[in-house]
Design a protein around this ligand. Structure first.
Ligand SMILES: Cc1ncc(COP(=O)(O)O)c(C=O)c1O
Length: 287
């Protein structure tokens, strides 16, 4: 890694950003000045030095443990364990899916980056044209992708806990600030508070989950319409919609340019492994 400094005045600032806590150890830098003329405390580069400072401060995300690890820890065979900690479908996919996966013709070449066949099938299934559909590797990937596309460092998002914690984590990774508008005691959204926060704080987006994780509560059409009327991008996470008996709001993206709907196969179809896909729908390109 090379560092180019145009003047000595910029050196102390850059070093401070690299690693303020290690200013007494060796220096590894390129400078136009001879080392003896450089008036800054030396610092030592460590692996951490390369990580963006806001990420260094982040508490680590606690991931779930896979079957292999649980099996060793508990001294039980994976088949004897029923995992309920990540809302995975414990039954797995139907046998036809495993068969189809085994029959994939060209597993050694990159798959279609635009997932044309899948999007066409999803369009047929949902009644929404494939132009509105984006496939990703799970809703988690798409949540991060949305944030990377939408948020500048320091931008704000609204989160409504208790809810899926990944919105808050991804916001931190993307250098965004999280404004929390707590749900009411019955887990419904605090709409007046959301409206006030959007007006005052001008967040870029709000993440809503319906049915909500962990309580299963549903956002009413009336509440959703009120939020959609605000100047904010609304990301509606419908990871559990198939368990609610309700219709997805996918088709609403045609009417509401500030709506993205997330869906996933990981809950409904037991395809967390390998075929973990989710869809984002938004009509901002359409008129
Ligand atoms: C509300 C919600 N959205 C998204 C996800 C992640 O979905 P995926 O498995 O498609 O990454 C979860 C996982 O538990 C979830 O609870």
């Amino acid at each position: 890694m090379a560092f180019v400094f145009s003047s000595s005045s910029s050196i102390p600032r850059v070093i401070h950003e690299l690693d303020p806590s290690r200013s007494n150890s060796g220096v590894f830098m390129a400078s136009a000045l001879p080392a003896e003329q450089v008036d800054f405390p030396p610092c030592r580069l460590t692996g951490d030095s390369f990580i963006r400072s806001h990420l260094r401060k982040l508490s680590p995300y606690q991931p779930i443990l896979p079957f292999e690890v649980l099996s060793t820890r508990l001294g039980r065979k994976p088949e004897d364990i029923i995992k309920l900690d990540a809302n995975e479908n414990p039954y797995g996919p139907p046998p036809e899916v495993s068969e189809a996966l085994g029959a994939i013709k060209f597993p050694y070449v990159y798959p279609d980056p635009e997932s044309r066949c899948l999007r066409a099938a999803l369009a047929e299934d949902s009644g929404l044209e494939s132009d509105y559909i984006l496939a990703g590797c799970g809703a988690d990937e798409l949540i991060d992708l949305i944030m990377r596309c939408v948020l500048d460092p320091g931008d704000k998002i609204v989160d409504c806990p208790p809810t899926f914690t990944m919105y808050e984590f991804d916001a931190a990774v993307n250098g965004a600030l999280v404004i929390k508008v707590l749900r009411q005691p019955d887990f419904s959204l605090d709409i007046p508070q959301i409206i006030e926060v959007v007006e005052k704080e001008k967040p870029k987006c709000i993440f809503l989950t319906s049915p909500n994780n962990p309580d299963g509560s549903i956002i009413s059409d009336e509440d959703l319409l009120q939020i959609l009327s605000l100047p904010v991008l609304v990301v509606l996470d419908e990871a559990y919609i198939e368990f609610s008996g309700l219709q997805s709001k996918m088709k609403w993206v045609k009417k509401h340019e500030n709506l993205i709907v997330l869906r996933t196969f990981s809950k409904r179809a037991g395809k967390e492994f390998f075929l973990c896909l989710a869809i984002v729908l938004n009509n901002s390109e359409k008129k």
